[in-house]
Design a binder for this molecule. Sequence first.
Ligand code: PMV
Length: 364
Amino acid sequence: MSIEEFVPKTAYSPLPAGKVGYESPSNIALIKYWGKHGEQLPKNTSVSFTLTNCKTTTTLSYSPLETEKPEGSFDFEVYLENERKPDFEPKIGQFFTRIEQYLPFLRNYKFIINTSNSFPHSSGIASSASGMSALALCLLQMEQKMITARSEEFFLKKASFLARLGSGSACRSISGPVVSWGEHNNLPGSSALYGTPFIGGIAPVFEGFQDTILLVDTGKKEVSSTVGHNLMNDHPYAENRFQQAEKHIDQLLYIFKNGDLEGFVSLVEQEALTLHAMMMTSKPYFILMKENTLSIINKIWEFRKETGLPVCFTLDAGANVHVLYPEKDKQEILKFIKEELAIFCQNGRYISDFAGKGSKALLK
Ligand code: PMV
C-alpha cells in the first residue's frame, strides 16, 4: 500500500458533538528499532510483543466549529486524568499537523482529549506508544462515523499508519500479540508505513509470554527518542547494525516457528545490548544502564545457569529491565524476581505484564 491510499477520497458527512474512546497497550521490542529516515520511517525492521496491562485509555470528545481553523492550527485541549496538561500540547499539535492530510476534518472540530495510563506516571515506562496509538484510534473511530463502511483490516492499517506519525513504535501497539514494522522479504504483507501482525508460525510456548518490568529508574528519559534516533545518522556502526537487524528477523522467524527458547534468549539479549552499545558508541555517547540494571542482568544470568530456565532480559532506551519468560515457568520465575531482583528496583517496584491482543474500543 502507498500513503495515498490513506487519504480519504470522498467527502465527510458532518458530525454532531460526540465522544469516542479507545484503550491501547504499550509494546516491548524484541528486535529493536533505532534509527529513522524520511517521515518517521524505520531504518530497519523491528518486531515486538504487544503488552496487556501497561496501557493508555483515551477518550476524545469533539464538537463542530462554526468556522474552520486556519491551516496548521487546531482547537484542542489535553488532560491527563482530568488535569489539563498544556505541556503535552505541542507534541499533539505536531501530530495533528502530520496527519491532517489523512484526516482532513481536524480543523473543523474542537477536541477534548482525556487520557490516563495504567502504569504509574513516574515509572520510566514510555507512554508514547500506548498514548499515540490510543489517540490515533480515537481519531479514526471518529472518521469512521463520517464515511461509508470499510474493512476492519483497512481500519487497523490506517490506525497503525497514523500512530507511527505520532511515535514510530506506536504503530506496533494496535494489534497483537506479535507485530512487525518495516518491509522484510520473509514477512508477507510487511511495510515500513504500518505495523503488521505476525500471522502463523508461532509455537505455543510463546503464547501469553510474560514480561515483568523492573522499575530501576523511574525518572524522565535521559535521551529523548528523537535525539536517540538522530544519533544513528552518522554513527560509524549504523549500517552494520541495520543489516544485522534484518538478519535477526530471519532468526526470530525460525525461533518462533520451532519454539526455540534457547535461540530466543540469546537473540533477544543480543538485541538489547546492541541497542545500548549503539548509544555508548555514538557522538555524543550515553550510558543509559544504571548499576542496578547490570546487577539484575548478572543475577538473571546466574539464575539461568543454575536452573536452566529460559528467562532473559530486554531493555528499552533506559535503565528499566524487562524480564521475559514463558507462562509455564511463571511461578518459579516470579519467586526469583520477588526474592532476588526486586531489591534492585526503586522502592521494590515492578509490573507484571504479558503478550496480549492489542487495542480495544471503549465506546461505539
Ligand atoms: O517510537 P520511538 O521513537 O519512541 O522509539 C522507540 C525505540 C525503542 O523503544 C528503543 C525500540 C523499539 O523498537 O521500540
